[in-house]
Design a protein around this ligand. Sequence first.
Ligand code: FMN
Ligand code: SF4
Length: 674
Amino acid sequence: MSAFPHLLAPLELGFVTLRNRVLMGSMHTGLEETGDWGRVARFYAERAEGEAGLIVTGGMAPNARGAVVPGAAGLFSPADIAGHRRVTAAVHAAGGRIAMQILHAGRYALAPGCVAPSAVRAPISPHVPVALDEAGIEAELDDFATAAARAREAGYDGVEVMGSEGYLLSQFLVSRTNRRTDSWGGSFENRMRFAVEAVRRVRESVGSDFILIFRISLADLVPEGASWEETARLARAVEAAGATLLNTGIGWHESRVPTIATSVPRGAFAWLTARLAGEIRVPVIASNRINTPEAAEAILASGGAAMVSLARPWLADARFVAKARAGRARQIAPCIACNQACLDHTFSGRLTSCLVNPGACHEAELELRPVRRARRIAVAGAGPAGLAAALTLAERGHEVTLFEAADRIGGQLQLARRIPGKEEFDGLIDWYLEMLRWRRVRQRLGRVATAAELAGYEAVVVATGVTPRRPAIPVEPGAAVVSYAEVLSGQAPAGPRVAVVGAGGIGFDVAEFLVHDGPSPALDPALWAAEWGVGDPALHRGGLASEGARPVPPARAVTLMQRRSEKPGRGLGKTTGWIHRARLRAKGVRMLAGVSYERITPEGVWILRDGAPLLVPVDTVVLCAGQEPRAGLARELAALPAPPEVHVVGGAASAEGLDAKRAIDEGTRLGARI
Ligand SMILES: Cc1cc2nc3c(=O)[nH]c(=O)nc-3n(C[C@H](O)[C@H](O)[C@H](O)COP(=O)(O)O)c2cc1C
Ligand code: SF4
């Protein structure tokens, strides 16, 4: 019997049967905006081949006003249908089913003239929306119905009406954004009218044998958000108006509580879906941070949801269900919820991809072709760049030997996994281990490969990574100065008062590591909820605890410093930087910008701030002041009398802007080329 009987069970919807319980959640990838519908079709068809039970497209606006950014794809006119038809045909040919999400951004549309129930500006937008009048509301509702009819014409199996995350429907639902006094505002009956009417008109326009999903917000996580009673009422009303399935969403975009980041516990909100399931008859779908078949199976087996939505995990691995069904669950590339190549890209206008799988949304460009002749290739260094290169080369058929100086693979991933809230890196290292075995990559761990022994290979990939940079700050005898690598690996202890020199990504991670003690909130949902002030929406409107956030006191007093005068943490991830800044603020971390370092003494760090000398009294100083390429091996190989073909990749090539995303991307691309 399969290890995932609930996940693999078909779901009967009356007029159609879904082949399993896994929905590929909606993601606006930017692919549609390339205008290359063949590329969009291939992206979705590969996920259909990977046995997604039902795919939901990224949000498509029903009209230009509702587009998240000007020029975003939609289904505004009959002319748009042809492109969508290529997608549905490809998905159906691959044995899958696909629904189109209709998303009207309302006041989140980043354009002047955006519309909303009331003229209340979103804190994340510069534009004050125009309040819709009665005729405007009617026109918007008609456009929902028209878009749905066009979706049916384009061959979709259904539509999802986006009713959460703070977009137009959410804006009607709560008094935070709906200040109207007419029949579309005031009482909850009136506030929910727009959402219910949208569902009713969509159902009317598509007929009864078409999937209609309503994505409902279970916790808005903003002040004046919905109460649970209102959410339950809305659920019953949209069910009565014709919804086939209720998908769930958590948090508005403007919420100050993380909802999908890696520090959010797996399945953190599934308990709310279970409660919703008790309110209605149609199947409900659990969403957010469900990234393994085991986690999905547990939610389904508990009866708390009829389906699970996995969005980013389908970027990390297009064959998620196929591998789970074939007993190869350990080979599913894990989504580590970093957002680095997906949401960060989407929000900065770049094409979505995936840190773990750079081929996501680049399917044609990064096609791995089997090699005509297998070559003997050595990869020196089993950090992210070396691992990605070794696996890609082996997958294409080369004979690969991987050398690593440490006694285990991972390189800097081994340091990242020690940061509280980054435990998902464990899964990534486990996956690499499993895949090296599966692809029969020979591992030579615990020894430094010399140029002489590598000379016998046909090609050598130098992926020896980086060493921490030691900045030129005078250090007096007796001062405790250590590198980030020494602290994170446990080689060097830190005292009760610590200065972190350098406030880049590593500096923030080290500060998080140092203020933390006890269980990681990412592994303890109750602790996580207390730290972020998340409460039960049945007791606290919007799911924000009335007592506010209750962070655990810091384990150490930490001062984080940087030379640059800009706000510390500006260079962190677009969609996650605020989370790291908020965490450190909550832990009382002192952040100093525009600092020049004078000297480090046993008393602490002497700095100049605004021209005046200042002592930051600490017991330990941790250096996070950048990295240098470890390029010695490449030089030694080049100096050999008959050097092999040498490729240098990742941090060994350049330490500038190095992170796991760049390292894996470079390793994969090199592996696809040799
Ligand atoms: C790149 C990206 C784009 C997204 N675009 C949409 C969207 O257009 N509509 C929507 O309802 N949700 C969107 N989401 C949210 C996902 O549907 C999902 O709720 C979220 O990623 C959490 O689920 P996961 O942990 O399974 O990824 C997007 C998420 C990502 C990462
Ligand atoms: S980039 Fe990170 S969060 Fe996004 S899909 Fe890949 S692993 Fe998941």
